[in-house]
Design a protein. Structure first.
Length: 132
């Protein structure tokens, strides 16, 4: 789904819906209810003129980006906490995924083990409540 960024969004991270603008997403944080995962392609091609931060952005505020939504599989998610295949995943600060703790909203399920700092395949879910 094509959406608009309501702020800077890092590639392959959870996004959440904007509460103030239609068809707009924000970088999800630890307290956000995710609605999808940002595209895994950066907005810019590598160049000596761009910083690493520029290259790792899927979109800057106001730009368009692809959002992977519920039902899509083998979608890359930035691993922010080690997980096992089958784990429900929630956003953490910066939008990366980490295993769900009780009493949180999961936005994906791991398809394989996750190693911190790597892009790992997941299935995107409708927001799913993981009870305590």
């Amino acid at each position: 789904n094509q959406m608009r960024a309501g702020g800077d969004i890092i590639v392959s991270t959870f996004v959440k819906p904007s509460t103030t603008e239609d068809h707009t997403v924000l970088q999800a944080e630890a307290t956000g209810i995710p609605c999808g995962i940002a595209q895994n392609a950066g907005r810019l091609h590598p160049s000596p003129d761009f910083s690493q931060a520029d290259i790792s952005l899927a979109a800057k505020d106001g730009e368009s980006l692809q959002v992977h939504t519920a039902g899509e599989t083998s979608v890359d998610l930035l691993c922010g906490g080690t997980w096992a295949a089958g784990d429900f995943l929630i956003p953490m600060a910066g939008g990366g995924g980490t295993p769900a703790t009780g009493g949180s909203w999961a936005g994906a399920r791991a398809l394989s083990a996750g190693v911190i700092g790597r892009l790992c395949p997941v299935e995107v879910l409708q927001p799913t409540w993981v009870p305590a």
